[in-house]
Design a protein around this ligand. Structure first.
Ligand code: IYR
Length: 224
């Protein structure tokens, strides 16, 4: 026996889909492949309970030593959203006029992004994900980026499954979020995720529909 005998364990409550595995995987893929990053939001309200459920789903992600090194700050207050937009646009202005390399700007061109971040005020919710550099009790965290990244992916999937659009927005640097949201020192901004319904006239960049082929992304048994 291994070390698990020293600590309580319980039988796994296995999840088994009611349909064959291939069909379950196909259905999930068909749903997920319809997800698009959305930059044009409706102001249609999204109930707080729905956002709470998305956060709970995100927090089912695995994390290093189960330390759950994340905090999800959910903003719906128009004045706070305004402050976030203002500060983000300031950073983005720097990015688009100074910081970004010509190559980076060329890579972004098909997406049609610019320093205007109107969606930060229009989307009914902004979820600002912070990673915990240290636990709230000062304790050690492990694999922080991996853990929080996984949680964010699950948050996006949960939102999409509920018919909500998201965007992974990364104004850089993001330090202003700690200030505006009055967060303690052990929390570091990780990702800003607007959540809401797409605007009726929402368009998405055609370029973003392109997916690499399976044989470009998947390798069986390593290199030749
Ligand atoms: N943060 C900027 C620039 C930007 C960078 C990448 I990489 C993107 O995939 C999209 C945008 C902005 O939000 O406009």
């Amino acid at each position: 026996m291994n070390a698990q005998t020293d600590h309580p364990h319980v039988p796994l409550e296995a999840y088994t889909p009611e349909i064959p595995a291939q069909e379950a995987a196909d259905r999930f893929y068909e749903m997920m492949r319809k997800r698009r990053t959305v930059r044009m939001y409706s102001d249609k309200p999204v109930p707080r309970e729905l956002i709470e459920r998305l956060v709970q789903t995100a927090a089912t992600a695995p994390s290093g030593a189960n330390k759950q090194p994340w905090r999800f700050v959910c903003v719906q207050d128009p004045e706070i959203k305004r402050q976030i937009r203002e500060a983000a646009e300031k950073e983005e202005h720097e990015f688009y006029t100074r910081r970004a390399t010509p190559e980076w700007l060329a890579d972004l061109a098909p997406l049609g992004t610019d320093e205007n971040k109107e969606f930060l005020e229009i989307a009914p919710w902004l979820i600002i994900v912070f990673k915990l550099a240290k636990g709230d009790d000062g304790g050690q965290m492990y694999y922080i980026n991996e853990s929080v990244g996984l949680a964010c992916g699950m948050l996006l999937a949960a939102a999409h499954q509920a018919g909500l659009a998201t965007l992974t927005h990364t104004p850089s640097p993001m330090g202003f979020l700690s200030k505006v949201l009055n967060r303690p020192d052990n929390e570091r901004p990780f990702l800003l995720i607007p959540v809401g319904y797409p605007a009726e006239d929402c368009v998405v960049p055609a370029k973003a529909l392109e997916r690499k082929a399976l044989d470009e992304i998947m390798v069986i048994d390593g290199g030749a």
